[in-house]
Each structure stands twice: as structure tokens, then as C-alpha cells.
Design a protein around this ligand. Structure first.
Ligand SMILES: Cc1cc2nc3c(=O)[nH]c(=O)nc-3n(C[C@H](O)[C@H](O)[C@H](O)COP(=O)(O)OP(=O)(O)OC[C@H]3O[C@@H](n4cnc5c(N)ncnc54)[C@H](O)[C@@H]3O)c2cc1C
Length: 599
């Protein structure tokens, strides 16, 4: 085995192989992929191979589309079959809310230039005459959806990577990773050591264990997940063609044709965690004991929709572990606390988005940042505030609501409250409706006296509309108090502080005892942070930015070297904050303090 590499990737599942492929395609030759066992030895080999491409977030949709469109190209380049079935996907709406959601998605698709269209129920019947359409209000068709062979896809990425110079070592577990003084990594295996500049943790089910080798706790938790494949069904055989994927999300199941039968998977209520304290190192090509009774309710809903399933025998049941994050989205990108350490973890739709993530990771490593804003999946959105219990509560909740419809601004409640400020109880007593930001409970709006502090989220106006309007008008015309405690706060000081900040932010730094707004921008000019900068002393500054992005700020600080002559300290936990705003704020402060606040 070679002694040095530019990039070492840990893990040969779909994520690791996609990263290897994309790095190699970008011309990064000295890439090594280390796989503990055989390729696909984690969740990858037993996946159902479905895709569902249109997402609420436009950039994530782009990554999903990129992925499904890559498969034919991958086959052509490598000669390795991906087992593509380009059948498209039917989305069914059986509630007015779901109807709204897919209409919104259709508009978004138009703006993204994608093919996601309303179809009539007659069209649905034509595409799949075996569907029971009772209770269905509307339907959409997504032309690009397909299902694939998970091993075929992973091996195709691996083949493409090898063709472009990547060295793949199977049966080579990574046993230690140590950050080097030069910012690189020393990677140890039973076959020898490799010095590398960049390290990428794509260890999937073992993402936690590989993270711990570098001293980090990744918020990940495996859950059991089951699907089954039926025996051949005469009605399907008689169709003589393959039916599209069926997305009946209100039923919390997924269904597609497999051979001449059906494949049905379920996200049941009360799903089970697996290997809570750590994934066994000797687990690999096994499955977990199956228990279809657990998913019976979901399966009954699937049978109602496809009555031909009712009498079908079961050919194969798969119960395999997949690893989840506290918010259902994967952990992707450069880890803030370390240098040159990247991760793709907690990947649920690996075959829908795996190609796009490989592309983003290659760009991040080689260009210093990805070409798309992928904040919803950025690993920096979590911090060391995440507790074991929080991960357990949130992953259990995410699992059983995998396909539930979540509305804009809807706040999940699992695992909360986790971090509260001293004013929390007082705010609660005064009708505050809270949201969670970087683990902190933050008042979003206050229900006025006589109004219950409840918000029924919707695509339409909710209870918050009136009170939020009143709050805005009060501040516009008079004065109001905003809790800014959840903002990120940094003290930057030292002889080089002004010079360093000047290079990092776009605005001129404020004079002594003055404040200004100063966006911190990345390489292409996009905003990393929109800071309020206060100059406390000539060589000391207070920076206030978005609380959720604290780790992203720190990552950018680290990348832009604050080594000698600059000291950065986060005060986000230690300090609370209040903002008094509006034309009467000076008068209020004068009343409260007896001081003169006029200009
Ligand atoms: C039952 C089931 C059905 C699913 N169905 C679908 C589906 O229809 N569509 C879809 O998109 N997704 C599906 N998934 C999810 C999909 O399987 C995952 O998104 C995907 O496989 C994750 O891939 P990965 O590469 O991140 O992790 P993994 O597949 O877990 O791969 C990690 C790899 O890292 C290796 N490794 C670990 N530790 C080390 C170490 N120390 N040194 C070297 N190597 C190491 C492991 O051996 C393994 O090969 C399903 C999952 C399950 C369980």
C-alpha cells in the first residue's frame, strides 16, 4: 500500500465510491479508498434502490436530479450495469394539504426546468390500472424517477474511480486517524500507514466509530428498516410492462414493481433503534431478524392502494440498519473542529442523492467550497450541544414521520427543550411560541393575552399572522424588545485583529466604539456570515452573526488562518442578548436609566 495520498476516503459504500469517482473525474489522481470489508458492506447492499428526486429545497433537488441523470452516463463510461429501470414516479395526494404540497413542488419544478406535472386520475389509471384511486384528490408524475441496483451503482462508481486512477483497498479497516501538525492526517490500517492531506469519513453505519478515531462525536443513530418483495402477482404479469414508482406518502410506505411482484417498504410508528452504543465492528453482510407485524398498519395501507398485493405471497423480507441524523438530512462537508476532515454521514436516500453529494464533496475538497449552497445538509448545523438522548428522541421521531408533510416554518418538537436561556420561563409564561436554533429555544412570536399559544402549521396563514404583524407595527411605530441570545457572538482581539477582519469582511471596519454591518463572503462572493461588528477597542471587536451558523463561521475563520496575532473566542453560550428597537427606544432607555440617549 502506498505511503502518501492527497485524499483518503474511509468506506466503500455508495457515498465513498461516489466521492472517489468525482474526485478522480476532477483530475485528483492520488486518491485512496479504504474499505474494511468488501465494497457495499454497510447499508448499501440491502437498499431497495428507489429514488425520489423532487425536494423542498431547490439545491437539494438539483443534487437528486444530477444523481439520477448520472446513472446512464456511469454505465456508458464503465460498462458496469447500474440496473436502471427508468419508470418514473406517480405522486398521489389524498388530503388537501398533500394536494397543495405537490402543486407547490410542481411550480418549483417549473422554475428548476424539471419535468414534474399534474396528471389526471385517468392518466394514473392508464399508467397503473391496478391502483385503487379511492380517496385520491390529485396526482403528479415525475418522469426522471427510476430504480436501480444498489450494488451495480456502487461498483460502477468504483469502476469509474479506478479507471481514473483511484486505488481501492478492500479488507483494509482504518484503525486510527491522527491530525498532523501540517494540517494533514495519518491514517493507520493493519496493512500500513498513509499520510494524506484530506480525510473523508464515508463510513456509513460506522460513521460514529470512525468519527471517534478523530475525536469527534457525529450525531448519528442507526434504526432498523424493513421492506419485503412479493412473489409474482398474476395481475402484474398480465400488464406486460413495468409500472411507475408509487409515492402514496400519507400512507408512510413506498412501493414499486420488483420483477413481476411488488416491493413494499415501511416507516412504521415506534421504529426501533439498533446498536445504540455503537455499530459492531464485525457486522457487515448480515440482516436483522425480520418482524413484519411491526409494519402491518403501513402494509395494510399499501394493500388498500394496490389490492392485488393482498393475496400475494412474500418472497423475501429485508430488515437492515440505516443510520439517521437528528433532522433527517445527511451530515455533509468539512467538520468545523478539525482541519481537512470531511464527512458524508447519516445518508438516507443514498441512491437518490449520492452522486450529487460526491460532486459537492469533490468541489469542497478541491475548490475550497461546493458550487451550491447546501446549508440544510451542512455538518456545521450541529454542534457539541447535541446529546445522546437528543439524537435518540429526534431520530425516533424522524423515522416514523419520514414521509409526513411538514409545513414551512414548522418546528419539530422531539428532543426539546434542549438549551434554554434565563428568560425562557418568563417568555413562556408570556405566551411565547418557540422555535429551535442551534439547540436553543428561541421565541418566534408571542400570543397576546386571551389567545392560546398554539400554531397549526399550514401552507396558508396560521395563528401567528396577526400577532407577528402587530409586533412588527409596534416596533416600526414605537419600541420593542427582541431576544437576540441565540445569535453567534465572537470576541476577536489581538495586534492583527483589525487587519485579519478587514481581509475577511467586505465593509470598512467601524471606528473605535462604533458598529457597522460587515458581511463575510466566500470565494465566489456568497455570504458566509452577515456580521454586526462593534469595535470595542482598537484591537478588540465583537462580532454578532446568525446563531445557527456559528460552526460555519468558525470553520471559515479556521480556513482563513487566525494563527498569530489574532485570538477568537466564542461568547455565544456565556452571553445572552436583547435588542431594543424602534423610534421610541431612546426614550425607553432614558426612562429606565435616567441617562441621556439623544444624539
Ligand atoms: C432496508 C433499507 C432499504 C433502503 N432503501 C433505500 C432506497 O430505496 N433508496 C435509497 O436511496 N436508499 C435506501 N436505503 C439507504 C441506503 O442504503 C443508504 O443511503 C446508503 O447505503 C448509505 O451509504 P453509505 O456509503 O453512506 O454507508 P454504508 O453503506 O454503510 O457504507 C459504509 C462503508 O464503510 C465501511 N467502513 C466502515 N468503517 C470502516 C473503517 N473503519 N475502515 C474502512 N471502511 C469502513 C463499511 O464496511 C461500509 O462498506 C435503504 C437502507 C435500508 C437499510
Amino acid at each position: 500500500m502506498q505511503k502518501t495520498a492527497e485524499v483518503v476516503i474511509v468506506g466503500g459504500g455508495v457515498a465513498g465510491c461516489s466521492v472517489a469517482y468525482h474526485l478522480a473525474k476532477r483530475g485528483c489522481k492520488n486518491v485512496v479508498l479504504l474499505e474494511r470489508s468488501e465494497l457495499t458492506s454497510g447499508s448499501t447492499w440491502h437498499a431497495a434502490g428507489n429514488t425520489h428526486v423532487l425536494q423542498d429545497n431547490a439545491n437539494l433537488s438539483k443534487l437528486h436530479y444530477y444523481t439520477v441523470r448520472l446513472y446512464p452516463q456511469l454505465e456508458e463510461e464503465t460498462g458496469q450495469s447500474c440496473g436502471i429501470h427508468p419508470v418514473g414516479g406517480i405522486y398521489l395526494a389524498s388530503t388537501p394539504e398533500r394536494h397543495d404540497q405537490i402543486r407547490i413542488q410542481a411550480s418549483k419544478a417549473k422554475y428548476l426546468g424539471l419535468d414534474f406535472q399534474t396528471i389526471s386520475l385517468e392518466d394514473v389509471h392508464e399508467m397503473n390500472p391496478l391502483l385503487n384511486l379511492d380517496g385520491i384528490i390529485s396526482a403528479m408524475f415525475e418522469h426522471n424517477e427510476l430504480h436501480i441496483d444498489p450494488s451495480g451503482v456502487t461498483n460502477a462508481y468504483a469502476a469509474g474511480a479506478r479507471m481514473n486512477g483511484v486505488k481501492i483497498h478492500r479488507n483494509t479497516p482504518v484503525t486510527a486517524t491522527t491530525q498532523q501538525p501540517n494540517g494533514g492526517w495519518l491514517v493507520e490500517t493493519p496493512e500500513g500507514r498513509i499520510e494524506t492531506k484530506y480525510l473523508v469519513n464515508c463510513a456509513g453505519l460506522w460513521g460514529r466509530e470512525v468519527g471517534k478515531l478523530a475525536g469527534i462525536n457525529l450525531p448519528l443513530m442507526p434504526m432498523e428498516h424493513q421492506y419485503f418483495v412479493s412473489e409474482s402477482i398474476p395481475e402484474i404479469e398480465a400488464l406486460g410492462r413495468e409500472i411507475p414508482l408509487i409515492h402514496d406518502n400519507d400512507g408512510e410506505y413506498y412501493m414499486r414493481q420488483e420483477g413481476k411482484g411488488l416491493l413494499v417498504g415501511a416507516y412504521e410508528l415506534g421504529g426501533l433503534h439498533w446498536a445504540v452504543d455503537g455499530t459492531p465492528l464485525d457486522f457487515g453482510h448480515e440482516l436483522l431478524p425480520n418482524d413484519l407485524d411491526r409494519v402491518l398498519d403501513n402494509v395494510v395501507r399499501a394493500m388498500d392502494r394496490m389490492p392485488c398485493l393482498e393475496t400475494a405471497g412474500i418472497k423475501r423480507i429485508v430488515n437492515g440498519p440505516m443510520i439517521w441524523t437528528p433532522d433527517l438530512m445527511p451530515l455533509v462537508g468539512e467538520v468545523s473542529q478539525l482541519t481537512n476532515y470531511f464527512v458524508i454521514g447519516g445518508l438516507i436516500p443514498g441512491f437518490s442523492i449520492g452522486g450529487g453529494l460526491g460532486l459537492m464533496m469533490a468541489e469542497w475538497i478541491l475548490d475550497g467550497q461546493p458550487s451550491l449552497d447546501i446549508w440544510p445538509i451542512d455538518v456545521a448545523r450541529f454542534g457539541d450541544w447535541v446529546t445522546h438522548d437528543y439524537v435518540l428522541d429526534t431520530t425516533a421521531d424522524n423515522y416514523q414521520t419520514r414521509f409526513r408533510l411538514f409545513f414551512p416554518y414548522e418546528e419539530r418538537t422531539a428532543g426539546r427543550p434542549l438549551r434554554t436561556r434565563p428568560a425562557y420561563e418568563h417568555q413562556k409564561d408570556n405566551g411565547a411560541m418557540f422555535g429551535a436554533q442551534f439547540g436553543w429555544e428561541v421565541p418566534m412570536w408571542f400570543a397576546p393575552e386571551g389567545m392560546p399559544p398554539v400554531e397549526n402549521f399550514s401552507f396558508r396563514r396560521t395563528e401567528s399572522f396577526g400577532p407577528v404583524g402587530d409586533e412588527c407595527r409596534t416596533i416600526r411605530s414605537s419600541v420593542g424588545l427582541l431576544d437576540t441570545s441565540a445569535y453567534a457572538k465572537f470576541i476577536v482581539k489581538g495586534p492583527r485583529a483589525a487587519e485579519w477582519l478587514d481581509g475577511l469582511t467586505t465593509n470598512t471596519l467601524p471606528r473605535h466604539r462604533r458598529m457597522s454591518l460587515a458581511p463575510m463572503v466566500h470565494l465566489r462572493g456568497g455570504v458566509v456570515a452577515d456580521f454586526t461588528v462593534a469595535r470595542l477597542e482598537d484591537d478588540e471587536f465583537l462580532l454578532i452573526g446568525a446563531g445557527v451558523a456559528e460552526n460555519a463561521h468558525l470553520r471559515w475563520f479556521r480556513k482563513n488562518g487566525f494563527s498569530s496575532g489574532v485570538d477568537v473566542t466564542s461568547m455565544s453560550v456565556d452571553w445572552v442578548g436583547m435588542s431594543i428597537s424602534g423610534p421610541n427606544s431612546r426614550a425607553l432607555l432614558s426612562d429606565l436609566t435616567g441617562e441621556d440617549f439623544s444624539n
